[in-house]
Design a protein. Structure first.
Length: 158
């Protein structure tokens, strides 16, 4: 994948995440909370890169990418909270720190890509997408549970 196309896709994903956060602060989240989980579906399409016959990924690289995603998700989880307002609807609590964390993660991705020398750009792109997938899955899943708790819903296991 061309570096310019990769950058454009990354910027688009970043803008959509920021837009979703802003909307969640201004408009109520549907009672089911399913829109919180939709980014997992969107970003999971990046796993189609596994079909690339030129992809050379080692187990250690996958583990490291998943671990980095876990670490990134922790401050996002801690700063994403929900509140019920007067009309009984749930909203994402206003928190500028979430935006600062997302901007930092986005900037670090480009610093990392520019500093890591590799002749295999498809592997590097896959690992970056795996980091993104892992922190979004963890962050959005925990956010969904926080949302359900905020509204007083029973756990999904019942």
């Amino acid at each position: 994948m061309n570096a310019t196309v990769s950058l454009a896709i990354s910027i688009l994903i970043f803008v959509l995440i920021l837009r979703g956060q802003l909307r969640g602060m201004q408009t109520p989240i549907k009672k089911s909370g399913i829109p919180l989980l939709l980014p997992i579906l969107y970003i999971s399409t990046s796993l189609l890169q596994l079909m690339d016959p030129n992809l050379r990924v080692q187990g250690q690289q996958v583990f490291l990418a998943l671990f980095i995603g876990l670490v990134i998700s922790i401050p996002l989880i801690l700063t994403t909270n929900f509140e019920v307002r007067n009309n009984g609807s749930a909203f994402i609590k206003r928190n500028k720190v979430v935006f600062m964390i997302l901007i930092t993660v986005f900037a670090l991705r480009f610093i990392f890509v520019s500093l890591v020398p590799t002749s295999d750009s498809s592997t590097l792109a896959f690992l970056c997408n795996l980091v993104t997938l892992s922190y979004i899955v963890i962050w959005r899943s925990v956010s969904f549970m926080k949302f359900r708790r905020t509204l007083g819903h029973a756990p999904l296991t019942q």
